[in-house]
Design a protein around this ligand. Structure first.
Ligand SMILES: Cc1ncc(COP(=O)(O)O)c(C=O)c1O
Length: 451
């Protein structure tokens, strides 16, 4: 059984199994359905020299602005493609052509998103002189960062088709009522692949209209009597069990989703280095956790590769309406103190008996930041690893802070950002005096355009 493509491996953090490269779609750990209760998420593993090469090249002024080209030497799909016989130039050409088609559908193609100082916002927050920077994803493909996760999956399917081993593309499936669904519909349309979107009964009408216009097949999912969990996610799981491809933004269902988000983190790494910034902390809003997991992993890998000497604190923000990560983290830290575990042992314990730490939020959540109301932090493992390694912490923002951040974030930066997109700022507003001190730059991610 062949387990690595070129130098890259997809390995489960829980059981250590490596994905078989003869499998067309090595998206999830083969032991995920074993019922052993452990964490099963495939993570791309690569020698630090490859990460270093990608960052050194990607940090050049002349580097391509598309992260899938810029940092390709650190991406599983590039290692796979070159092992399959594609040349580097052919790989770049495939990414470029796919991206051009996305640009024609959406009006925007993948490129570098802005990273700028926000002095006025800092002064209005009472942080004058403090270095406050925003990474702005609001004008990226389909108006959020979500397309980054999905492009990596699309590219994989596209390359399998190109090399002639995938004759009929299965239907793609996603459960979402917002940014992820919109990004999925743009990408599927551009690649001419069929997409099923599982949405809740109360999905916003303008989103549904746009999804239909992009050719997605919409399935409205009412809650069924005596059913526990998100009905859209349950219907999505049924579709993927029946053969649809998980075209989603959750790592346990599709490892490539999280890897796709690394480009955002690495862009931040090289942009900060170019601006000669010392990053002290990065606030990241957490729903399903793929965004936070990707950003934390990007920094971790940058440090492991020697490109950065230290990592900024990863500060994970949830709302008071739904905070399963904070609950899981607190339980884990209590156990650490009780048993005297070191950090490595604590992270190992986090992968065991997952439901001991992380389980779905019981109450039906509500918040203006509705994009981060996932009842479970599916990608909590990468996030906890990043939080522990960086000395960061999770924060729960009160709903009043979410509302204030939405208003301040848009007004004092001029960025047309939604409340979910400013919920990292709500976390900053919620810190107490002791937590507020910073020794370098503070970074916020503005992740979604206001609709
Ligand atoms: C604008 C925006 N920001 C952040 C997030 C959170 O991302 P994740 O679910 O990967 O934690 C979402 C998720 O829907 C989102 O729409």
């Amino acid at each position: 059984m062949s387990v690595s493509v070129g130098h890259s491996v997809l390995r489960c953090v829980g059981c250590g199994v490596e994905a078989d490269t003869n499998v067309l779609f090595p998206f999830a750990c083969p032991n995920a359905g074993s019922g052993d209760g452990n964490e099963h998420i495939l993570v791309r593993r690569l020698a630090p020299e490859w990460i270093r090469k990608a960052l050194d090249e990607g940090g050049q002024e002349t580097a391509d602005r598309n992260s899938f080209i810029r940092f390709r030497h650190a991406m599983h799909s590039w290692h796979a493609a070159t092992a399959w016989g594609f040349t580097d130039a052919e790989y770049i050409d495939e990414v470029t052509q796919l991206n051009q088609r996305i640009g024609r559908v959406d009006g925007t193609a993948f490129g570098e998103t802005p990273f700028q100082p926000q002095d006025f916002l800092a002064s209005r927050l009472g942080l004058p002189g403090r270095s406050l920077w925003v990474k702005d994803e609001t004008n990226h493909v389909s108006g959020s960062h979500k397309g980054r996760h999905l492009f990596n999956i699309l590219l994989w399917v596209h390359l399998q088709k190109k090399r002639g081993v995938l004759l009929n593309v299965p239907r793609l499936a996603i459960a979402s009522c917002g940014n992820a669904a919109l990004a999925a519909a743009v990408l599927a349309n551009a690649a001419d692949m069929p997409l099923d979107v599982f949405i809740p009964v109360n999905a916003e009408p303008n989103v549904v209209t746009r999804l239909s216009a992009l050719g997605a097949t919409i399935h409205v999912c009412p809650r069924r009597p005596n059913e526990v969990g998100d009905p859209c996610y349950l219907r999505f799981r049924e579709a993927t069990a029946a053969g649809a491809l998980p075209f989603c933004c959750q790592g346990p269902d599709n490892a490539l989703a999280v890897e796709g988000g690394l480009g955002l983190g690495w862009e931040l790494v090289v942009q900060a280095k170019r601006a000669r910034l010392h990053l002290d902390r990065v606030f990241v809003q957490v729903g399903g956790g793929a965004l936070g997991s990707a950003v934390a992993t990007a920094f971790l890998e940058a440090v492991e590769s020697g490109y950065l000497s230290t990592m900024p604190k990863i500060i994970a923000v949830q709302t008071a309406g739904c905070a399963p990560l904070k609950r899981a983290y607190d339980r884990l830290m209590d156990a650490q103190h009780q048993h005297g575990w070191n950090n490595a042992e604590t992270l190992h314990q986090a992968t065991l008996h997952r439901s001991q730490w992380m389980w779905p939020w019981e109450e039906e959540p509500h918040s203006l930041a509705h994009g981060i109301l996932d009842d479970e932090t599916y990608d909590w493992h990468g996030l906890v690893t990043g939080i522990v390694a960086s000395g960061g912490f999770p924060v729960v923002a009160a709903e009043s802070a979410v509302v204030e951040a939405a208003q301040m974030g848009a007004e004092y930066t001029g960025i047309d950002v939604c409340a979910t997109g400013t919920s990292g700022l709500a976390g900053l507003l919620s810190l107490d005096r002791e937590q507020s001190s910073a020794s370098g730059a503070t970074v916020l991610l503005f992740t979604g355009h206001r609709r």
